[in-house]
Write a protein that binds this ligand. Sequence first.
Ligand SMILES: CC(C)(COP(=O)(O)OP(=O)(O)OC[C@H]1O[C@@H](n2cnc3c(N)ncnc32)[C@H](O)[C@@H]1OP(=O)(O)O)[C@@H](O)C(=O)NCCC(=O)NCCS
Length: 191
Amino acid sequence: MKYEKTIRLKDGRACLLKSAGREDAAAVLEVFVLTHAQTDFLLSGPEESPMPEDQEALYLQAKKDSPDEIEILALVDGHPAGLAGIGRIGSRLKVRHRADLGISIDREFWGLGIGRALLEACLERAREAGYAQVELDVVSDNDRAIDLYQKAGFVEYGRNPRGFLSPVSGWQELVLMRLELEGQTLKERQK
Ligand SMILES: CC(C)(COP(=O)(O)OP(=O)(O)OC[C@H]1O[C@@H](n2cnc3c(N)ncnc32)[C@H](O)[C@@H]1OP(=O)(O)O)[C@@H](O)C(=O)NCCC(=O)NCCS
């Protein structure tokens, strides 16, 4: 899916939110590696290498060309500051209405409104794609993220006490959250 919008950050700077394609592979990898080293709240850690750049380029372009998936890159003065995306949970008929969401911002840019803007952009595209539910898992002591999700209407539907086993902090409990969207009718979704 495609997206492009310029927003004004809380400190007055402009921030471009754009659907990442093949040309953004290096920038996306840069912010991915950085954010995954800055926090222990994400699924993969700095010890796990990301995709090589040529594979990342193919992955991003496939998302950009997809009718229901997207990775959105936030750029401040051309500098990659954050990343968020919506992906299918699965392609089987019974789960086609469900999407998952991921988001990470460079710590240097926290608190400026990028997280909220990226989340809103992802939800806008999720609605357009016809999903009926967006889901995510968040580490239970990640207060910033939980606050952000609750403000957007996500509700907790369970917990997984041994969701992550982090080399840094050991067991991490995951809060399972979901947001209902209007979605398409079953017939539309089966097409
Ligand atoms: C969670 C995260 C995405 C928030 O991004 P951000 O750009 O700092 O968010 P925003 O500036 O848009 O703030 C959004 C909300 O976060 C919350 N927030 C901001 N600062 C906060 C603080 N100091 N304490 C608690 N919550 C805070 C507020 O609810 C804020 O809402 P507001 O706009 O009404 O003030 C970001 O901190 C991040 O990338 N964290 C590391 C990766 C991560 O944990 N990702 C989520 C995995 S599930």
